[in-house]
Design a protein around this ligand. Structure first.
Ligand SMILES: Cc1cc2nc3c(=O)[nH]c(=O)nc-3n(C[C@H](O)[C@H](O)[C@H](O)COP(=O)(O)OP(=O)(O)OC[C@H]3O[C@@H](n4cnc5c(N)ncnc54)[C@H](O)[C@@H]3O)c2cc1C
Length: 432
């Protein structure tokens, strides 16, 4: 019987396994170095914040795997030998495969900062990071101040987590405004104010120079590159982005760039070796999508797609329109289609912000054709399917603005802003 081995038990690997099982009787083994059972990485923050127990992040009962004949094996794969189709574990064991799916996810970036490997210095990615947070930042007695380095979606989550335990946070952000490589100016500036309103010491336009050790090899302070300032702290969170977790693959003949290079069918150039999820890099970008997308739903889609191909229904990975969602402390953020931080040549942005400074939208459209290209919403929850349909139908921006209430989850709540948004839109039109 054909043996499918999957390295990594995250959303992409587990989805692939479940779908291969639905479609076939093949032997399936999932290998993971992190946890015995799949858990939802996106829920890690809620465990620290006391909203749920770790067990609640595991969507499947422990018996699920055995019942579905999905073998789980714990261990770290140190190398892949594709000629003999063998995986080698760090512990010395080996495991043969007929088809291999690499779904090893990401790891937090470290840029060679002095002190980056000290105790009390870590990213927020793996379950072990959650455990170490409990050691180095369980409360504000053990951790009198935390410093977070890198302002993105994981950095802001970590700030919220530490804030929930009343641990003072200094947030070092390289950019001149929060996440402004992604967010348009008005949104990014609103988030700056929101972060500061939560008593987080946000420092913009600064880099980490080094982390200083105490006599026990634990972080005791950071030095800011631009100012030379030393900030005393007990914990340093490194959240300057993530990269594919593929160092162990570099010794094999599987082609890599930043990630494991794959074609539209998620195949590498080595026969019977596939890559999916955060660690996969498309050789050619799909539309305006980035070649590596470290998001939950694309991992799930890739898992479903590769399962089809492996079960003899060769299927192209087609992720559809881009969307994403996240949270900036109390403000929910959603994006559908493309809204870049600065409008491209043929594009214009319509931006509306509520007076309370916690709600705004930005709509991007084509200046020449008026085609709606994308929307960012903050503090107003919108329906994914509606925008997906409008993007597919290539609706005009006027149509979208006039029908925004149809896309809203809570029309009553929305009706309070509808008139305001329409007026702002009409005013903007007068000036173009
Ligand atoms: C704190 C946090 C919050 C997030 N929030 C969101 C969100 O709100 N929305 C969103 O879309 N995305 C979010 N993400 C991103 C999302 O979680 C990832 O895109 C997704 O989990 C990636 O899934 P994956 O299956 O590709 O890899 P992973 O979940 O990383 O799983 C890979 C597994 O492989 C294991 N592994 C790696 N190498 C080896 C090896 N050599 N041997 C054995 N095992 C190995 C790893 O230990 C890991 O368990 C968040 C991520 C984090 C860290």
């Amino acid at each position: 019987m054909e043996h499918i081995v999957i390295i990594g038990n995250g959303i992409s690997g587990v989805t692939a396994a479940r779908h291969i099982r639905k479609l076939s009787d093949k032997k399936i083994t999932i290998v993971s170095a992190e946890t015995d059972y799949f858990f939802s990485r996106t829920a890690l923050m809620y465990v620290y914040m006391g909203h749920m127990k770790f067990e609640h992040t595991q969507p499947y009962e422990d018996w699920f795997w055995k019942r579905n004949r999905i073998d789980l094996k714990s261990g770290f794969i140190k190398s892949i030998e594709t000629k003999s189709k063998t995986l080698h574990f760090a512990g010395g064991e080996s495991l043969p495969y007929d088809k291999l799916i690499i779904s090893t996810g990401s790891k937090p970036n470290k840029f060679g900062w002095p002190g980056q490997d000290l105790k009390g210095v870590q990213g927020l990615y793996h379950k072990q990071d959650l455990e170490n947070l409990e050691v180095y930042a369980p409360n504000n007695k053990v951790c009198k101040r935390a410093v977070i380095v890198g302002g993105g979606l994981i950095g802001i989550e970590l700030a919220e987590m530490l804030n929930s335990r009343n641990i003072p946070v200094t947030f070092l952000v390289r950019e001149s405004s929060f996440w402004n490589g992604v967010l348009p100016e008005g949104e990014s500036e609103m988030i700056n104010r929101h972060v500061k309103n939560h008593h987080i010491d946000l420092r913009l336009g600064v880099n980490l120079k080094e982390i200083i050790s105490d006599e026990n090899g634990k972080a005791k302070a950071v030095v800011v590159a631009e100012t030379g300032e030393t900030i005393d702290c007990d914990f340093v969170g490194l959240t300057a982005g993530v990269s594919p977790n593929i160092d162990f693959i570099k010794t094999s003949n599987i082609e890599t760039n930043r990630g494991v290079l794959v074609n539209r069918f998620l195949e590498t150039k080595i026969e019977d070796v596939y890559a999916i999820g955060d660690c996969a890099e498309q050789r050619e970008s799909i539309g305006q999508r980035r070649p590596i997308e470290a998001v939950w739903y694309t991992g799930r889609m890739m898992g479903e797609t590769v399962a089809q191909t492996i079960c003899d229904n060769k299927t192209e990975y087609k992720p559809g329109h881009w969307f994403n969602s996240a949270k900036f402390l109390d403000i929910e953020y959603q994006t559908y289609g493309w809204v870049f931080s600065k409008p491209r040549e043929n594009e214009a942005h319509f931006h509306w912000k509520h007076d309370d400074d916690t709600k705004c939208i930005t709509i991007c459209y084509d200046k020449n054709t008026n085609e709606f290209l994308g929307i960012n919403t903050f503090g107003i929850r919108m329906r994914h399917e509606t925008f997906d349909t409008w993007l597919t139908e290539k609706r005009e921006v006027d149509y979208v603005i006039n029908h925004l209430s149809e896309a809203n989850f809570d029309p009553e709540f929305y009706s309070k802003f509808e008139k305001d948004i329409l007026t702002a839109y009409q005013n903007q039109l007068q000036t173009i």
